[in-house]
Ligand binder design. Structure first.
Ligand code: G6P
Ligand code: ZN
Length: 540
């Protein structure tokens, strides 16, 4: 073991989901080393314990894994289980931590952000429940990075392509195939026999893994276990630069899948997953299911899948996620929690058994089977629902809106905006919050406006300034917040939601239906003028 002198970096504060920076920054001498040592300094139980390690396979993943292994060995970790090739999807990492009772896991990912030498990289620490560390832990890691003066490292490396055991110093390293464990877990939760039968008889399916981590997991589940025609599987080979693409499953970046699902000869069901496999989208023939609607439909229908047949204890959504799920929860008479953006906020509710299902507008949905969002889980849940209801995706949505009303929903992102400009927009809105209630804009009257504060009902912690909400008497709403996952400038997110009651119009054009809310948001915040843009850079 060697101790290497180092000096702190001042920008190692984890955001919504770990520390994300350009690859070049992670290649700076001691940058990764400092952060990893700070994790070991903050979580002493790792000494003598088991650590799960892997990443989404993006550029720099392999180099970073060897560095982390050496630092882990020097910090007394007893054993590291690392995914084959250094690759591990985020939900699989969460499952591994739980299944093998690890002290924690280190997940290397920048999720959907582009990869490659000029792309992004990220590192996230997950705790023993399998979920992302709470803000208390990430704050402590950040504090440690500010005073770090040395890190420990050892000699050695591991061939990540060879499954089996080896060692660095006294630390055992096990390279394992993570695919089977995750597929087994899925098979325990869903009715694979019924899904296989439906796929064989009357459901055509396509799945786009976007050249990211989910490819092998999806191939195992869909092709090997459920009999899907391999022709339906798109981009299943993981690549370090995601094939030059942007593995963000949304209407813009999953263009090919959308074209296929809106073609005359579209399959019945389409889905895609993101860079590290925690997010997903679902489409039916000629219809895209917004992630907020997907959470609501899953909440209403989860009992159709074997593992959830006794019902759910409650549900949670992140604050900007549409309130479609709240309506379902109310009808089911179960709790619906509103948490800040970031999966870590669901952890306490899941651990305490207060919720079974949770999800976000950013295309993550999951349950208490792991402590991360799980793209394949959500896709399989939809398939299981389809096997029981024997309806098209479109009919399921139409029925849903007919019972609960429709929350038209869209997110407008203004990416790579100058930080001061993005903050000026937020300040403009924040300064008016108190005066907004009661004011009328066109046919909308504002009922409430605030800055969202979350009081965790389990540990009493408080998270302030989690986004600005403007609610209308009609049940519509807009929300504005700054993204915590970007790596260049600031990303301003405007979340638009227009409510149409159950006997209202459910087939209006999405953009048209949301236009009045977007116009009001712009009028109040002066958004376009301040950021000097005609419109958002991404609509999802
Ligand atoms: C990651 C997190 C999610 C979050 C999403 C967007 O995927 O795990 O919890 O919703 O990023 O976060 P952002 O701060 O960029 O809106
Ligand atoms: Zn992701």
């Amino acid at each position: 073991m060697t101790e290497i002198k180092t000096t702190p970096f001042d920008d190692q504060k984890p955001g919504t989901s770990g520390l994300r920076k350009k690859v070049g920054i992670f290649q700076t001498a001691n940058y990764l080393e400092n952060f990893v040592q700070a994790i070991f300094d903050t979580v002493p139980d790792l000494n003598g314990g088991l650590l799960i390690l892997g990443g989404d396979g993006r550029y720099h993943n392999d180099v970073a894994i060897q560095t982390i292994l050496r630092i882990a060995a020097a910090n007394g970790v007893a054993r590291v289980m690392v995914g084959h090739g250094g690759i591990l999807s985020t939900p699989a990492a969460s499952n591994m931590i739980r299944q093998y009772e690890a002290v924690g896991g280190i997940v290397l990912s920048a999720s959907h952000n582009p990869a490659g030498p000029d792309g992004d990289f990220g590192i996230k620490f997950n705790v023993a429940n399998g979920g992302p560390a709470s803000t208390a832990v990430t704050d402590a890691i950040f504090e440690r990075t500010k005073m770090i003066d040395h890190y420990r490292t050892a000699e050695g490396s591991v061939d990540l392509d060879v499954i089996g055991d080896s060692a660095i110093g006294d630390m055992q390293v096990t390279v394992f195939d993570p695919v089977a464990d995750h597929a087994d877990l899925m098979e325990r939760l869903f009715d694979f026999d019924a899904i296989r039968e439906m796929i064989a008889s009357d459901l055509s399916l396509c799945f786009d893994a976007m050249h990211a981590v989910t490819g092998p997991y999806a191939t195992e589940v869909f092709v090997n276990r459920l009999g899907v025609d391999p022709d339906g599987m798109m981009n299943v080979q993981p690549l370090p630069d995601f094939g030059g693409g942007h593995p963000d499953p949304n209407p813009v970046y999953a263009k090919t899948l959308f074209a296929r699902m809106f073609a005359d000869d579209a399959p019945d069901f389409g889905a895609a997953s993101d860079g590290d496999g925690d997010r997903y989208i679902v489409l039916g023939r000629g219809i895209y299911v917004s992630p907020s609607d997907s959470l609501a439909v899953i909440t209403a229908n989860a009992h159709l899948a074997p593992a959830y047949k006794n019902g759910i204890s409650g549900v949670a959504r992140s604050m900007p996620t549409s309130r479609a799920t709240d309506v379902v929860a109310k009808a089911m008479d179960v709790d619906c929690f509103e948490t800040p953006t970031g999966w870590k906020y669901f952890g306490n509710l899941l651990d305490a058994g207060r919720i079974t299902i949770c999800g976000e507008e950013s295309a993550g949905t999951s349950s208490d089977h792991v402590r991360e969002k799980d793209g394949l889980w959500a896709v399989l849940m939809w398939l299981n629902i389809l096997t029981v209801r024997r309806q098209s995706v479109m009919d399921i949505l139409r029925d849903h809106w007919g019972i609960y009303g429709r929350h038209y929903y869209s997110r407008h992102d203004y990416e790579e905006v100058a930080k001061d400009k993005a903050e000026a927009v937020m300040a403009t809105l924040r300064d008016q919050l108190a005066d907004l209630p009661g004011r009328q804009f066109g046919s909308e009257v504002i009922s409430d406006a605030d800055s969202f504060t979350y009081h965790d009902p389990i540990d009493g912690s408080v998270a302030e300034n989690q986004g600005l909400r403007v609610m209308f008497e009609s049940g519509s709403r807009f929300v504005m917040r700054l993204s915590g996952t970007g790596t260049a400038g600031a990303t301003l997110r405007l979340y638009l939601e227009a409510y149409e009651p159950k006997d209202g119009v459910h087939d209006a054009d999405l953009a048209e239906r949301l236009a009045p809310i977007a116009a009001i948001a712009d009028e109040i915040t002066n958004l376009k003028q301040i950021v000097m843009r005609d419109g958002p850079s991404l609509v999802s």
